[in-house]
Design a protein around this ligand. Sequence first.
Ligand code: AMP
Ligand code: MG
Length: 503
Amino acid sequence: MTRPSTLTEDLPTGARATTAPAWEMSYRSLPQVLHSAVQGYGASAPELLAYNEPLGERLTVPAPLADDQAALAQFFSGNTPLPGHEPLAMAYAGHQFGGFVPRLGDGRAMLLGEAATPDGARFDVQLKGSGTTPYSRRGDGRAALGPVLREYVVAEAMAALGIPTTRALAAVTTGDPVLREGVLPGAILTRVASSHLRVGTFQFAAQCGDEVLEALVDYALQRHPLDTSVDGPPALRLLTAVVDRQADLVAQWMGVGFIHGVMNTDNCTISGETIDYGPCAFMDQYDPAQVFSSIDHMGRYAFSNQPPIAHWNMAVLAQALLPLLDADEERGLQMAQDAVNTFPERFEKAYLRVFCSKLGLPGVGSEDAQLIADFLDLLEAAGADFTTGFRSLANGLESPEPLQTSLGAEAVGWHARWLERLGATEKTALSTKLRAANPTIIPRNHRVEAMIAAAVDGDFSLFHALNAALATPFADPEPGTEAERLAQPPRSDEVVHATFCGT
Ligand code: AMP
Ligand code: MG
């Protein structure tokens, strides 16, 4: 199945337009019950912290905005929407930690517009932290600086790792305080997504009747075109595609040791992009049972639980789409089940592809699952760092010694099996292949926390240094550089054990 154009891919050269196509607002054409007109709250003194220029260029941020820092700060705080583009907040529902909440929605986010790019794709440009909406419930509609910078850094790191994700276009401080565990500086993130359609959007629409649900399905299929080879009614084709994209996405998370932290159905996209970087984390030491989120008391969203949870989320999507599958309820249910039941197989396939590539293997062989599992067992038993453990394979081709030093005597036997499986592949080419599949740098929790602490004190140097280092995750950083320092696993006293949502 073809993946729709995503922001993780680079813009083909020569595709940049000289004249900016106007942004659109197609979401407004959907039934009124799915959205509400909103306005920014009026940030008092917006200042631009970061602007992702290459992404802005791709999205053709309306000129002459793009060259004017103060105008950008006003625009990305929601104070000056584009003429004729009344911002909107989207309605959605969702299962949060397994419990159904019928009405969630953008409680602190608003869509500024949809950028139709020169290469024919369309992306939502959304502000997060721009004020209350009809969906705010008891929330203040604001965002604090820390979580905004965390999302900026981690989303951009994900994109650089080649993993489908929403992107960060800009971050501003508002000049206004927000009240959390104390008084914190307020900020607004500009998030870009191939759409903000979530499983929860369909759960919401399902409560509004078949007509609304059908309109949403049609819209989703327009935003995320499918391979025409898939048969069946539109809702089934959509479901099948989403099952495939989510299986693929979660496999890619596993390949970099990423723990999302809040895989609620309202944080699960139809596009297959990672969304909502709250209490997420990248693992340091490999432990499949690892949980970071301070709000995840039951370990529902632990590292190794992510595939079954994504599968569960797909069953929720199927349930929402059920009325559109078949006039005969029995038959509809069977279609839904059949589609959802393909998740484990699709995930397994994607997982093997990801990890075979991390081991440098030529394709996927019948005994590779065992070889992968055994290497992960070695990492776990040795308490080794996930990222450096895999990266060290590129230096372990000539002799088992480096692996033996870091993973113990048992690594020698594994090394022999690995070399045998690799066959007579030329070592230099193999080393290059391994380097391209195993990053040196991920957004380490202790670095992200330190970056946030410094930023709250007014020092943004670490924010910029982290962003810069994470932009080339597969490169070997020069010895002695800041990038090399930022890539290193935490010392035992630096390990971060829990991440806080900090909304
Ligand atoms: P999240 O945990 O960010 O995925 O958000 C879950 C729900 O809570 C969504 O409906 C958000 O819009 C809403 N929400 C989170 N933080 C706030 C806030 N500060 N003000 C209003 N709504 C919020
Ligand atoms: Mg969310």
